[in-house]
Design a protein around this ligand. Structure first.
Ligand code: DLL
Length: 410
């Protein structure tokens, strides 16, 4: 921690200025106990320093740049040093190892390669582990299905929505990938209900992997076969806190915004980065050999919480209700209808699996019970909801004027 603070002070710039303003002139001024008094940084700070970000290393030490197009279409770019790539490989090797991967594993990697951190993150980790990585990237689903059958991978890495898509494509082609044992799925929100669907469809253990480009990419936290439904945070590199809206720490078990401090990175080290992601923290599984703290599955983002007629709703809560009903397929769309600002409405499009008799009514009741809100549920023909083959799924959209985002929603 004190080394990070010294590094930031030496680099100058925004984080150094904020530290000096807070009376910190030396790393030794800082302890873990007074961490919550240190200044934070936000995505806005990164945007304000686009494109270099809050780079702390000299440009000649930067070996690559990654990032995300992000919400609102504004890119966030992150410079990595060789040391950062090394840390990334280590935490990703650990994540894959926790899912049961070994040197003998074949890792089918269908995360997008490119600026997005998913593809290369899994690639670095699998290589570090000594496994065989098949770098498919996203899309070209027919070829993916062929590789799944021919190369007999034991580990699948992709977004949860693409896992469903692949499973359905295999079912349609009449083939099975019975070599698969586990998958690491992340980069977008998904619930335990979605997990059950993936496990049923693909016959593997579906584990959650979390990360964000600003911190390193995937590998910030990952479920392991033995982590009891929560994600082990790679806390030796990324210190995590959970805070309330005013930035005050919340106790373990209480949902809060995750704030990360990169202890070891050098390209763009961050002190107390507000991620906008909401989860609850916990200690390690009692008596388990892993001693790292854990985080729950993400519950939502501070900026995607909807307030509809005074009721606070996270899109993940809606998914949990929808997919708890076995007659609902995994492709759905939640639309926040704000055409009439005085009477906002949630409209939800689902696709049925088999019979849909009484489905819309049953979902309306279940949603009202769970959210305390009446929603308009539309059951549409199979194939109506757009699928995502490349990149992150968009299961949520806002409707302010014009025709509905999906036919049949009004
Ligand atoms: O999505 C890194 C990643 C790649 C994670 C592959 C896992 C697997 P970004 O593109 O910068 O980085 O987006 C980061 O995506 O702040 C979360 O809001 C969301 N996110 C990432 N993982 C999960 C997850 C990558 N497992 C943003 N569950 C984060 C829910 C997730 N949301």
């Amino acid at each position: 921690m004190h080394r990070l603070v010294d590094r930031l002070l030496a680099a100058g710039g925004l984080q150094a200025r904020r530290l000096t303003d807070a009376g910190i002139t030396h790393g030794d001024d800082v302890t873990l106990e007074n961490l919550d008094r240190l200044p934070m940084v936000t995505k806005r700070d990164l945007w304000a320093h686009y494109p270099a970000g809050l780079r702390a290393a000299p440009p000649e030490d930067v070996v690559c740049v990654h990032g995300s197009s992000g919400t609102g279409g504004r890119p966030t770019l992150v410079p990595y040093t060789a040391q950062d790539v090394d840390i990334w490989a280590e935490v990703m090797a650990r994540a894959l190892g926790g899912a049961g991967a070994t040197r003998r594993s074949v890792v089918h990697n269908a995360y997008g390669y490119g600026l997005f951190t998913g593809g290369l993150g899994v690639h670095h980790g699998a290589t570090r582990l000594g496994a065989t990585v098949v770098p498919l990237s996203g899309g070209m689903t027919e070829r993916q299905v062929r590789m799944l059958v021919d190369l007999r991978p034991d580990i699948l890495a992709c977004t949860p929505s693409y896992a469903i898509f692949l499973g359905e494509a295999m079912a349609a082609a009449g083939v099975r990938a019975d070599s698969l044992r586990a998958g690491v799925f992340g980069a977008e929100p998904w619930t335990n209900e979605m997990r059950a669907q993936i496990e049923r469809l693909l016959g593997l253990r579906a584990l959650d992997i979390y990360g964000l480009s600003e911190v390193i990419g995937p590998g910030v936290a990952c479920e392991s076969l033995d982590s009891d439904g929560m994600l082990n945070v790679a806390e030796d590199h990324f210190l995590v806190e959970a805070v309330d809206a005013d930035g005050r720490p919340v106790p373990d078990g209480t949902p809060g915004e995750l704030v990360f401090t990169t202890l070891t990175k050098t390209g763009m080290p961050l002190l107390r980065y507000r991620s906008g992601d909401v989860a609850a923290l916990a200690g390690p599984v009692p008596g388990a050999p892993r001693t790292l703290r854990r985080m729950s599955k993400l519950l939502g983002r501070t900026d995607d919480m909807l307030v509809v007629r005074g009721v606070n709703v996270f899109p993940t809560e809606i998914e949990a209700v929808l997919l708890a009903d076995e007659r609902v397929g995994p492709h759905y769309l939640v639309v926040e209808d704000r055409r009439d600002a005085a009477r906002p409405e949630l409209r939800i499009a689902v696709e049925p699996v088999g019979s849909d008799t009484g489905l819309a009514d049953a979902l309306t009741v279940a949603l009202r019970e769970r959210l305390g809100l009446s929603c308009v549920v539309r059951v549409l023909a199979s194939g109506s909801v757009p699928r995502t083959e490349v990149g992150k799924a968009r299961r949520f959209t806002r409707w302010t004027e014009g025709p509905p985002p999906l036919d049949g929603l009004d």
